[in-house]
Design a protein around this ligand. Structure first.
Ligand code: GLP
Length: 227
């Protein structure tokens, strides 16, 4: 595991953009599992700046959706597919995407890609990855599930007055842990306890992110999340 602690969220975004850019330069047709959520947004904005400046080219990269609410249309402001398109696919100039519609379709699409090269992940305040809610063992498959009260509460921050949908579909732990590289981005004091649990305490389905230590993991966190 590589642990990179950055002084603030801006530096975190620079370091994460450096990491992702290096992967794309080494393999221009990279397949990437893409988290939404607040943490990676400055990173994606920095990547978009680099694309506009001609410093890196994402046109052959495939973006793979990590998670989604159930029963949400594409034009609903809560659509995570639309959030991924708006924040990553469009500004970085990607033409290839894999949408998470059903477990079978998703698993077949990943097989066709030859597996995932990189998973860009955020850390749920309850230790979830995507919507792999605790408890999620390492072999938890791609599936639909009911969100836990903790995730309903943390996701409320995204949608203002709109209710958080109660059902979700997520890339399985099996898919995430099979990625050839994983990148976990963590910012803010509210993540400190769960970050330490994920990296330092014994692996447990109660903290699904703890299983990331089985992978080629890079963690980029800010001081607030680590100190
Ligand atoms: C959300 C999402 C995850 C995200 C995580 C952290 O519930 N399902 O995909 O990575 O929680 O979100 P944030 O970066 O906003 O803290």
């Amino acid at each position: 595991m590589t642990l990179d602690i950055q002084p603030n969220p801006e530096q975190l975004a620079q370091a994460a953009a450096d990491f992702i850019s290096a992967q794309v330069k080494a393999k221009p047709d990279l397949s990437v599992l893409v988290a939404t959520g607040h943490t990676p947004m400055p990173t994606y904005a920095e990547l978009a700046r680099r694309v506009r400046a001609g410093e890196v080219n994402f046109s052959r990269v495939t973006a793979v959706q990590l998670d989604e609410y159930l029963g949400i249309d594409d034009d609903d402001p809560r659509s995570l597919w639309s959030w991924m398109r708006r924040s990553f696919v469009a500004p970085l100039g990607l033409t290839r995407t894999v949408r998470l519609d059903s477990p079978r379709q998703f698993e077949a699409a990943i097989r066709e890609l030859g597996g995932l090269d990189l998973a860009i992940l955020g850390l749920g305040p309850n230790g979830h990855l995507g919507f792999n809610e605790p408890p999620s063992p390492p072999d938890a498959p791609t599936r639909t599930l009911a969100l836990t009260p903790a995730s309903l509460a943390s996701n409320a921050a995204y949608w203002g007055e709109l209710a958080v949908p109660t059902g979700a579909i997520t890339a399985g732990m099996d898919v995430i842990l099979a990625a050839r590289q994983t990148l976990l981005l963590v910012g803010g004091a509210h993540k400190r306890e769960v970050l330490h649990a994920a990296l330092e305490r014994p692996e447990t389905p109660e903290v699904p992110a703890s299983f990331l230590r089985r992978t080629a993991l890079t963690v980029i966190a800010d001081e607030a999340a680590w100190a």
